[in-house]
Design a protein around this ligand. Structure first.
Ligand code: ASP
Ligand code: MG
Length: 406
């Protein structure tokens, strides 16, 4: 009996050790027994990718990106082979492939490659022979046969792209939590699982710090309208659907609260207030590959102004170095760095049609005597930079204020 095709992705924590791999094998084969065709995407065991990066750093902190990809792609090659063996042991047919073998063709931007096309012949052939097809996540190959990787968390992208290409009936992303929550349950135990969320909200939440799925994979899912089912590998509970539009009985203004502690704030003091100065600073940073996020420039009363912006923690040193360089050239004052910050954000498509969300957010923070250092908004989110020590209080206050525990 042919019931349809499911693409299932299992993340590093669900294949962290022998028992978990065996557990995943059981889970996968239970679907096979029901008559489904299965393509299973796996990422590297546990923290393997981080460990490999550490290893490389010890040998050469400036390792070439091509060699990094050679190294990192091995993590997934281990897990697919082990999963295939575990499935064989249960008496089912399975075959594992690397990204290159299944023809995931990417561009040449090593460590963050983009998928150009997928040649699905090999997968289809495996399925036709009645095998469970296991694909190494996070990797591809260039037309020149160089192995590439798709950016951290890239196995999600492999799964979504395969689901799209194979016109799968379902794309299931398995994690160690029950789905997407209104906020991080480790911070706020009252956090609730969200039944369904839109691509836009998920994209916003992923980029603002919710660590459930790779943001790029959601972009692709949105572009090709691939519904995603995020669920736990440890239970049969319903999880969260990520889809185009969520029909709710009553309008929800805010769907989730996120926290990101991985940014630092840089302030350039006493910047001369004349055209072209901001351009100089940010052009320099862009050319050094530093991703700048929130930017705030104060009003100037004295023909001088302060410019503050945030960058990812990993870029801080680089950012400071080059900001100081430009600051010297344009004769501005000191460059200050503050790593003691956190970003709290509220996200929801409902805020497009509801005024007053910002006011409510600021009030909730004020009620807890939390000072706001920077603010930024998008159509469906509002973020505030606050002192790190207030992170948990802020998340809880916002979760409460927007009625998310109900
Ligand atoms: N193993 C890779 C990483 O840790 C890819 C993934 O987990 O999806 O980033
Ligand atoms: Mg991983």
């Amino acid at each position: 009996m042919h019931r349809g095709l499911i693409v299932q992705k299992f993340g590093g924590s669900s294949v962290a050790d022998v028992q978990r791999i065996q557990h995943v094998a059981k889970r996968v084969t239970s679907y096979r027994k029901k008559g489904y065709d299965l393509v299973v995407v796996v990422s590297a065991l546990g923290d393997t990718t981080d460990e490999l990066i550490e290893l490389a750093n010890k040998i050469n902190p400036e390792a070439s990106e091509r060699e990094m990809d050679m190294l990192l792609s091995t993590g997934e090659q281990i897990s697919v082979a082990l999963l295939a063996m575990a499935i064989h042991k249960l008496g089912f047919e399975a075959i594992s492939f690397t990204g290159a073998q299944v023809g995931i063709i990417t561009d040449t931007s090593h460590t963050r490659a983009r998928i150009i096309k997928i040649n699905t012949d090999k997968v289809k052939e495996g399925l036709k022979r009645g095998r469970i097809v296991i694909v190494a996540g996070f990797q591809g190959v260039t037309l020149n046969q160089d192995i590439t990787t798709l950016g951290r968390g890239g196995s999600d992208l492999t799964a979504v792209a395969l689901a799209k290409e194979l016109k799968a009936d379902e794309c299931e992303i398995y994690t160690d939590v029950e789905g997407i929550y209104t906020t991080d349950p480790r911070i706020e135990p009252k956090a609730k699982r969200i039944q369904a969320i839109t691509y836009d909200e998920m994209l916003e939440m992923a980029s603002l710090g919710a660590q459930v799925m790779q943001a790029r994979s959601i972009e692709v899912a949105k572009k090709f309208d691939v519904p995603i089912h995020v669920r736990s590998s440890f239970s049969d509970n319903p999880g969260t659907m990520i889809i185009k539009e969520v029909k709710r009985m009553e309008e929800v203004v805010v769907s989730g609260v996120t926290l990101n502690k991985n940014e630092a704030k840089i302030t350039v003091c006493n910047v001369p207030d004349r055209p072209g100065v901001a351009a100089k600073i940010f052009k320099e940073l862009a050319s050094r590959g530093v991703n700048v996020d929130m930017i705030v420039q104060n009003v100037s009363h004295t023909r001088q102004t302060d410019i503050s912006f945030t960058v990812g923690k990993t870029d801080v040193q680089k950012a400071v170095k080059f900001t100081k360089k430009v600051a010297g050239n344009i004769h501005s004052g000191e460059v200050l760095v503050d790593e003691d910050i956190a970003r709290v954000s509220v996200v929801g498509v409902g805020m497009k049609s509801h005024p007053g969300v910002a006011a409510t957010m600021f009030n909730a923070l004020a009620d807890n005597k939390i000072n706001i250092e920077m603010i930024s908004t998008s159509e469906i989110s509002i973020s505030c930079i606050i002192k790190k020590k207030f992170s948990e209080t802020a998340v809880k206050a916002l979760h409460e204020k927007f009625g998310l525990a109900k």
